[in-house]
Design a protein around this ligand. Structure first.
Ligand code: ADP
Length: 734
């Protein structure tokens, strides 16, 4: 972690919570009547609880009672009479580049003015005319019907199977539940890209490397890199420290914060790296409460600032599960499902105190935990119970006067920025598993974003799930001690829509729009807001027609606003260019040298010997940090660190972001336009190590490097000490 990063965050920490306190929003349900500014920093002032008892308090889930089912109860639907809740839904034309009309605007106090109200998975969408995209889609479906049906291999779908079967049936596609000898158009995997091996065509619903990238440590690292470059844009992710390697930084920073202001007493949430469903999670109030070891093994995980002023509904903490489709990496295409789920805690929320730290049903919103609470309410209604639709919650907030349009666009921004943070590494995985020029499938993936709304309405990213549950039934105690899976209408409503519409978007008979055809714009145009709707969409059986898509493109649609964030992706493009064509994920020392030479980054002040030392130092440190590394060498994150270092050396007077941009421009100019496989082949570097470098890499690099080389290199480094990240400096000087 760079000094700069440390500084930014210690300062952020000092200003804990000012925003929310200033907002002064504290209604009965903590629902503010207006939306705060977009640049809300995490609510830190709220972290003022005193009491220093530092005993560790694990959050243990104890099943305490029966699940309560209330079939038939509370299933009175909200009506779509927005006026009764003080809304205006107006229709307005916005012609985009494709020439179709976008129409919905929620304005605050009025009525449905004109046009047809169309149900769209609980959305109010007002169309003044059928848009061209829709017409094109319908034409596409007509054509598709005439052709052979799209084939889907569902043999590895696991827990998605039920929702997938319904979707395939609705689309009148053909399912292959046991797989098929001939190729299928689509392969639906339950876990990872590798569930079926040797797929050489079609489309797979998982990207290689997604599981790895979205583990808590890697996601934290990827977001942190972006926070270094764009601290304000990436303030939606709670400050996190990686364990065990950043334990020292964590304790030092917390001590400093507490010394500066004795009233500050933050709470932290500790999460195991590979964990899910709340497993192994606990809250602490002092670094000494961290359980760092399991037996003799250091526990891998993150410790994260706990957001202690969440927005409450019915006095309960809740979080949002949003489904996001990455339709393609190149070009980047992101869709957000307009309908999602909200998961409610089952014990009224109180700010963390030493007494309640272990109250799992108060602090953790995981369904898998709360379902075991005696207070869990299974409900057939989408707007009551412990699991509700997102639209019903937004509807309720809107009724309280919340600017949900603002909340929704903040959520869209959070999603796009998060995807931008993980795409660089995903591209490295992608080219390793599906090397350019070799036959292989294309990929898409549905992700589950877990988002918490703070009391001041700022959305905070908790985690991204690479395998969000697509189950449409839930476990229920039908008789004492007898559990059965019973259909869950809320899950079915949301998840079938997401899967079906993902399939529709991936329909191979659809012609892909070219990049130039894709719309790129800003938020200035009206956003569709998820809203609960009176009449449920009619099923295909009744009407023979499919409902309009519940997935909405947000990228490249909003690319103009977010493209400038895609800097690390440009660094990744350089990295991939020098990887060679063998499906590698790591740069060898020769490849790194080739990069430096080709981009003309060495000089008499920065010799190739220094380059070697830089390579060794960074690679060695990162190889310790990356437990799942497939091979030796310099991975992307290490390369990014080296790149930042080189940028800082070269453009000393600039701020980090400008340094990086300047170096990127320099490198890209030297390399000329990116070309295909052939050029990469010619640029590809032998994995064999030159003899001197071998000596450096395979043994203790500092002690065993040839003396003259070492001397020259360290002299070189000394010249540039003050521009190096602290950790790098310490290692080089040893
Ligand atoms: P898991 O993958 O085990 O579900 P999460 O990161 O989603 O782990 O955390 C589990 C739950 O803990 C979340 O659903 C949320 O309710 C709560 N939580 C997680 N991180 C925070 C945080 N930083 N602040 C407040 N609550 C959090």
């Amino acid at each position: 972690m760079s000094d700069q990063y440390d500084k930014v965050h210690v300062e952020q920490m000092k200003s804990f919570g000012e925003d929310a306190e200033k907002e002064g929003v504290d209604t009965e349900e903590q629902v503010p009547v207006s939306s705060p500014s977009a640049s809300i920093s995490p609510d830190h002032s709220s972290i003022t609880i005193t009491g220093t008892d530092a005993s560790s308090t694990p959050l243990l889930c104890k099943p305490t009672g029966k699940s309560r089912s209330k079939p038939g109860k509370d299933d009175k639907k909200h009506t779509s009479d927005a006026t009764s809740h003080g809304f205006v839904v107006s229709s307005e034309k916005n012609l985009n580049r494709l020439g179709y009309e976008r129409t919905l605007h929620v304005k605050g106090t009025g009525k449905l003015q004109q046009g047809k109200s169309e149900t769209n998975g609980n959305y109010v969408t007002i169309h003044t005319a059928k848009n061209t995209e829709e017409t094109r889609r319908e034409d596409g479906f007509k054509l598709a019907k005439k052709r052979r049906p799209v084939t889907v291999d569902t043999s590895k779908a696991k827990t998605s199977l039920e929702a997938l079967k319904i979707s395939i049936k609705q689309l009148k596609w053909k399912e292959f539940p046991l797989g098929r000898r001939a190729a299928c158009d689509i392969y639906w995997h339950g876990v990872s890209f590798h569930d079926n091996e040797n797929i050489v065509s079609g489309q797979v619903n998982k990207f290689p490397g997604m599981i790895e990238m979205l583990r808590k440590i890697n996601l934290s690292r990827a977001v942190r890199t972006m926070q270094e470059l764009f601290p304000e844009e990436y303030d939606f992710y709670p400050r996190s420290w990686i364990l065990p390697e950043e334990y020292q930084q964590f304790t030092t920073q917390i001590r400093m914060v507490k010394e500066n202001d004795a009233t500050v007493n933050p709470t932290f949430i500790v999460k195991p790296d590979g964990g899910s469903q709340g497993d192994g999670i606990y809250l602490i109030r002092d670094p000494s409460d961290l359980k760092l070891m399991t037996g003799s093994q250091a526990k891998q995980g993150v410790v994260q600032e706990y957001i202690n002023k969440p927005l409450l509904i019915d006095k309960l903490k809740f979080d949002i599960r949003l489904y996001v489709l990455i339709k393609s990496l190149e070009p980047l295409e992101i869709y957000i499902a307009k309908e999602g789920l909200t998961r409610f805690c089952t014990e009224p929320y109180q700010e963390p105190s030493q007494k309640n730290l272990s109250h799992v049903f108060m602090h953790l919103t995981n369904y898998s935990l709360n379902v075991h609470s005696g207070n869990f309410v299974h409900s057939d209604s989408q707007s009551t119970g412990s699991k509700r639709t997102l639209s019903s919650v937004l509807y309720r907030l809107a009724a309280k006067g919340v600017d949900i349009k603002r909340v929704w666009s903040d959520i869209i921004a959070l999603v796009i920025k998060t995807v931008i943070a993980v795409v660089p590494e995903l591209k490295v995985y992608y080219q390793a598993d599906i090397p350019p020029g070799k036959p292989g499938p294309t990929c898409f993936q549905i992700l589950g974003f877990d988002i918490l709304l703070m009391k001041n309405l700022k959305p905070v990213l908790l985690e991204v799930n690479s395998n969000p549950s697509m189950r449409i039934e839930h476990e229920q105690e039908v008789a004492p001690g007898v559990f059965e899976y019973v259909p869950s209408p809320v899950d079915e409503e949301v998840k079938v829509g997401v899967i079906r519409d993902t399939l529709r978007l991936m329909d191979p008979s659809h012609k892909k729009p070219t990049i130039s055809q894709q719309r790129a714009g800003g938020f200035e145009q009206g956003e569709e807001i998820p809203m609960e709707e009176e009449s449920q969409e009619k099923s295909q059986d009744e009407t023979g027609a499919l409902p309009s898509l519940c997935l909405k493109q947000v990228y490249p649609k909003y690319s103009k606003q977010f493209n400038y964030l895609r800097l690390v992706e440009r660094i990744a493009a350089l990295f991939i260019r020098f990887l060679g064509v063998k499906g590698n994920m790591r740069l060898g020392p020769t490849a790194f040298r080739t990069f430096i030479r080709t981009c003309k980054l060495s000089s008499s002040n920065f010799t190739m010997a220094s380059v070697d030392i830089l390579y060794i130092d960074i690679t060695r440190r990162w190889s310790g940090a990356m437990s799942d590394s497939r091979e030796a060498g310099m991975g992307l994150q290490a390369f990014v660190e080296a790149f930042f270092y080189l940028a800082a050396r070269r453009f000393k007077s600039l701020a980090l972001r400008e340094q990086v941009v300047s170096l990127l421009e320099l490198c890209e100019t030297q390399l000329g336009p990116q070309s295909g496989v052939e050029e990469r082949r010619s640029l590809s570097c032998s994995r064999a190590l030159p003899r001197t470098i071998k000596t450096l890499c395979l043994t203790n690099p500092q002690l065993n490097s040839p003396a003259p080389l070492r001397r020259a290199a360290s002299q070189d480094y000394r010249l540039h000490q003050r521009f190096k990240p602290r950790s790098l400096r310490a290692n080089v000087e040893n």
